[in-house]
Ligand binder design. Structure first.
Ligand SMILES: NC(=O)c1ccc[n+]([C@@H]2O[C@H](COP(=O)([O-])OP(=O)(O)OC[C@H]3O[C@@H](n4cnc5c(N)ncnc54)[C@H](OP(=O)(O)O)[C@@H]3O)[C@@H](O)[C@H]2O)c1
Length: 439
């Protein structure tokens, strides 16, 4: 029998093990910050060192531009979070309050009826956006969010709009994208923020019978779905991004300013062995198919895996954008788009709503001790939405370019990144034939 508490517990235990080892009190945490991994190990902290290079990669900044490390396929991908920077970030880092103006910009924020997305939308209104679209699956909740923003910002009517978007339905994503392209005069920023932390396995069919999906015309029936966490956190958001890309490029040309597609990622991309990658590296199979196999599903790690896959795909997306922009013969690819993955840190929201009672207490305590508020988390998302050149293809942490996990930076990570991209675009081409030409 599956234990519904596992993911929340894993998350809780992960954080607790680090806190209890290093921060019985904030003061002692401060004292442990300068420790090296070996001294932490000596002090009894559980450090997973499957990768002999883990000690050397714990502190240096490893980003997409900073070289590739070798990473044997026999090694595991799970790594301890760089504890020093994690604790410093959660407990001591004061995130800058956003001041950059978004004057007249049109900004779409998915999952903006609550949590980080709602607070990010509030910031965009405050910072002068011309239009903010709350892309939500429950319109009534979206209306409540709109009222809350209007009350706190006194923004004029019409600046904030609520549009329905259910990321569990590709038809809904396609419909939303078509509406945005048709009705919005410009699209400057897409904040792909919505996310789920499912503890139970379920799938979403790749094809629906709805018009425009290409399913009927091509007579394609896969009968095979993707797991719901992967659908919401990865596939649907990339589908939306690619659907909006041409319009965002047009906007960038018209305004002379880069467009931005920023995704809300997570530090939890460090926290998984991502066994499913072996489907491709060792079994000549498909990673997405392996993730969609209920018998093999490890739902305790699924959220972390989704955030790791999301990061790898964003890095490849950035690479593909660079290629298409530099080899644009027709001029149709003019208009630069910056893309990034933002880690908001551990934030007090309802993301762990699927947890059971047992772990609830622990999470509540943990939140009180070290979580950021949704408003603080939103600062990181707004930073991503500013779209500085240096952020392209990067993992952003504490409002600056951060450090990806050793696996992401490794040679194997790069191979898996290519494999995931290939599998993803095959999938997106079935959902919306020709979509790849948007890049
Ligand atoms: N909180 C953290 O500590 C933390 C840490 C790292 C990363 N993140 C990431 O931050 C992002 C925002 O999460 P949050 O912490 O603000 O959690 P949250 O309060 O639970 O917000 C999640 C949002 O996603 C929406 N959503 C879920 N399923 C959807 C679907 N099928 N279609 C459209 N929208 C859907 C939710 O809508 P409903 O209200 O209708 O469910 C909600 O608006 C997520 O990507 C999450 O993974 C959070």
């Amino acid at each position: 029998m599956r234990c519904p508490d596992r993911p929340a517990l894993a998350f809780y235990n992960h954080c607790c093990s680090r806190i209890s080892s290093h921060a019985c009190s904030f003061r002692s945490a401060r004292q442990t910050l300068p420790q090296t991994s070996s001294s932490l190990a000596a002090s009894g902290t559980k450090i997973i060192l499957n990768n002999p290079q883990a000690t050397s990669v714990k502190t240096p900044k490893l980003t997409g531009k900073q070289g590739i490390r070798s990473f044997s396929t026999t090694q595991k991908t799970k790594m301890p979070l760089p504890i020093k920077s994690y604790l410093t970030s959660q407990l001591f880092t004061k995130l800058p309050v956003p001041t950059e103006q978004f004057t007249s910009q049109t900004i779409i924020v998915t999952g903006s009826n609550t949590g980080i997305g709602l607070e990010a939308a509030r910031y965009f209104v405050d910072l002068g956006a011309g239009k903010v679209i709350l892309a939500v699956r429950d319109v009534a909740k979206g209306q409540a969010a709109l009222e809350s923003i209007r009350k706190s910002t006194a923004c004029p009517e019409g600046v904030v709009e609520v549009w329905e978007l259910d990321l569990l339905s590709y038809d809904s994503v396609l419909g939303f994208a078509r509406r945005a392209v048709d009705e919005l005069a410009r699209i400057d920023v897409l904040v792909a923020n919505a996310g789920v932390y499912f503890t139970r396995f379920s799938t979403v069919e790749l094809l629906s019978s709805g018009p425009g999906t290409g399913a009927e015309s091509r007579g394609v029936v896969t009968g095979h779905g993707d797991e719901a966490t992967i659908v919401v956190n990865v596939i649907s958001h990339m589908l939306l991004a690619l659907m909006l890309l041409p319009k965002m490029r047009e906007t960038a040309v018209e305004t002379g300013k880069n467009g931005v597609i920023t995704f809300t990622g997570s530090f939890t991309h460090y926290m998984t062995d991502f066994e499913e990658r072996r489907a491709a590296t060792e079994r000549d199979g498909s990673i997405f198919e392996e993730l969609a196999d209920e018998k093999k599903a490890k739902m305790g790690e699924r959220y972390y895996v989704s955030k790791l896959i999301q990061l790898l795909i964003i890095r490849e997306f950035a690479h593909q954008l660079r290629i298409s922009e530099s080899s644009d013969a027709t001029g149709s690819k003019k208009g630069r788009i910056i893309t990034s993955a933002v880690n908001p840190g551990f934030v007090a929201t309802d993301i762990l709503r699927n947890r059971g009672y047992l772990s609830q207490l622990g999470v509540v305590v943990l939140r009180k001790v070290m979580a950021r508020t949704a408003e603080e988390g939103a600062r990181t998302v707004v930073h991503g939405a500013v779209g500085g050149e240096e952020t392209h293809g990067e993992y952003l942490d504490d409002c600056r370019v951060g450090t990806v996990s050793p696996f992401v930076a490794s040679e194997e990570g790069q191979q898996v990144q290519k494999q995931l991209w290939k599998e993803l675009v095959d999938k997106l081409e079935i959902i919306h034939p020709g979509i790849l030409s948007n890049i």
